[in-house]
Design a protein around this ligand. Structure first.
Ligand code: HEC
Length: 160
């Protein structure tokens, strides 16, 4: 076979494979709306709010290293506030109390203040904040299940 013909065949083959791959992507199991596994209809809205208001600093992705981060990842923050025997009310109240008016004497993360400086106070509507802190309580942000939710959310975010 001549080289030119082989090249042509190869090109056709690659194009076919490429288009096939594309086709798969569209009929494949990638839902248009994220299926957040942990239930609760408010969950997706809350995750959006969390993403928009908190995760730019509290990035849950551990790639990129310490130098590029602005604050501890959100699951670390949750770990410092969560206890087996804490009630949802206590948990959410204690995070709200800090976020609404961050100060050194309220901190449970002195090391984080040393590393990153005190968190700035943010202007966020109370009802959004409540959705966010309930979400942080309801979801084990260090679990594999949550990482899957988070990955699904990000993928859908890019596609939409
Ligand atoms: C502009 C960056 C930034 C944003 C946005 C941000 N944080 Fe923080 N946050 C920080 C930094 C830096 C720290 C670590 C220092 C500290 O604890 O104050 C922190 C710490 C915290 C802590 C631990 C406080 C302590 O010291 O015990 C909580 C709780 C927290 N953030 C919640 C949130 C929530 C909830 C949101 C979104 C509504 C949010 N943060 C958005 C920067 C941010």
């Amino acid at each position: 076979m001549k080289a030119g013909k082989t090249n042509l065949l190869l090109t056709v083959l690659m194009t076919t494979l490429f288009l096939f791959g594309f086709g798969l992507k569209y009929i494949g199991p990638s839902p248009k709306t994220p299926e957040i596994s942990s239930g609760k209809s408010d969950n997706l809205k809350a995750l959006k709010l969390l993403d928009q208001n908190c995760l730019s600093c509290h990035n849950p992705d551990m790639t990129g290293g310490h130098a590029s981060r602005l604050a501890p990842p959100i699951f670390k923050v949750r770990e410092h506030y969560y206890r087996e025997d804490i009630t949802k009310e206590e948990f959410t109240a204690s995070i709200l109390n800090f976020v609404k008016n961050p100060s050194e004497d309220k901190t449970k993360m002195r090391g984080a203040i040393r590393n990153f400086g005190l968190m700035p106070s943010l202007v966020i509507p109370q009802e959004d904040l409540e959705l966010i802190v309930n979400y942080i309580y309801d979801n084990d942000l260090s679990s594999e299940a949550w990482k899957i939710d988070w990955d699904t959310f990000k993928k859908n975010q890019i596609r939409n």
